[in-house]
Design a protein around this ligand. Sequence first.
Ligand code: PMP
Ligand code: GLN
Length: 409
Amino acid sequence: MHPPRDLFLPTAPAPWQRAALGANLLGQDGQLGVTIFEEMTTLALQTGAINLGQGFPDEDGPAEIRAAAQAAIGAGANQYAPGKGTVELREAVAAHQERFYGLAPDPQTEVIVTTGATEGIAASLLALTGPGDEVLTFEPFYDSYGAMIGLSGATHVTAPLLAPDFLPDMAALEAAFSHRTRVVLLNNPHNPTGAVFPLEVLQRVVDLATKHDCLIITDEVYEHLTFGVSHIPVATLPGAAERTLTISSAGKTFSFTGWKIGWLTGPERLVSAVRTVKQFLTYSSGTPFQAAIATALALPDDFYAGVSATLRHKRDILSEGLRAAGFEVFTPQGTYFVNVDTAPLGIKDSVDLARRLPALVGVAAIPVPVFCHPDGAERTRSLLRFAFCKKVEVLEEAAARLASLSGRL
Ligand code: PMP
Ligand code: GLN
């Protein structure tokens, strides 16, 4: 007789569980865990801390866009949307790509709507990679990349981004390519570091992808959240469009992270491969929210400029507070995250600090090592990420609380 099984423990961790930032997702006893975002948000709720961990705005997007979603529900847009997205949203995405970047995807064949960028990333990797392939990302990397590369069966290879500006080590980038590299998974502007990659870096990625004949999947969800620098979609570079899938989402630009509307553009044969997989992940994405985001994408240029100006101001307020608290601050050029080095306060382990910070001073943050494999975690061991997509008064209160940190350590 076998001893009774604990059905809540996996017999053996699935490859994606092992790949998915094991230390955080898979507890030491093998239990399935929660993502670092979930863990820190729960901790913030339990302690009443200001949550500068998980990146979500504390104010909703434009009232007219909320009204558009309500109107769509009222008008009966409540059943399945077409699998590839409503025509109006696909056309709005194509018009957005044309207006901001001069790209002209065909809304019929080169655009699909996804359930957030998360599904776009998942469906692209599942459609285009598999066992025997390597997928190359920068490190630190957004947490779902590790999990989804693992789920696809491919191997995750990384090239480091280095403080203070978090640009890639070019020699390491070149060395990370191999004949097995199937996909370069880019994220620009970059979460968690806030880096916005300049033209030379992007062109080098395209040249290397061309040399090794691989695809580029680029996650540009923070495309409009840049401060004083322009976002350059990698698909606009010479030689890139034919091998690039571009992913974005309404969550960040319009402050509706809970609506989970994303999209993906690129050459027809790549988009249709992704669409095939998307059918079996979610089939289709929220109908009334698609109508509202079609309206949102058509907002005038000054709306987009306002998003960036407001966040820049918030970045500066929080950065000042973090500096005053004794951290070394790495000023981001994009996203709504700022990274700090905690070492000047004598801290060696930001994972440990992040777990103590809510109770210590009433602020939650995310440790950067959780976005890394073991080598990268060592390199980023004292770094911590704070989100600044919060009301100005909330950021000021967080800064005031953090000011007392050095005395409490
Ligand atoms: N990619 C990056 C880099 C992100 O930071 C996020 C979310 N914060 C996502 C993808 C997921 O986007 P969505 O909520 O649209 O699924
Ligand atoms: N992308 C958000 C962040 O980086 C979190 C999204 C999530 O909780 N998965 O904070």
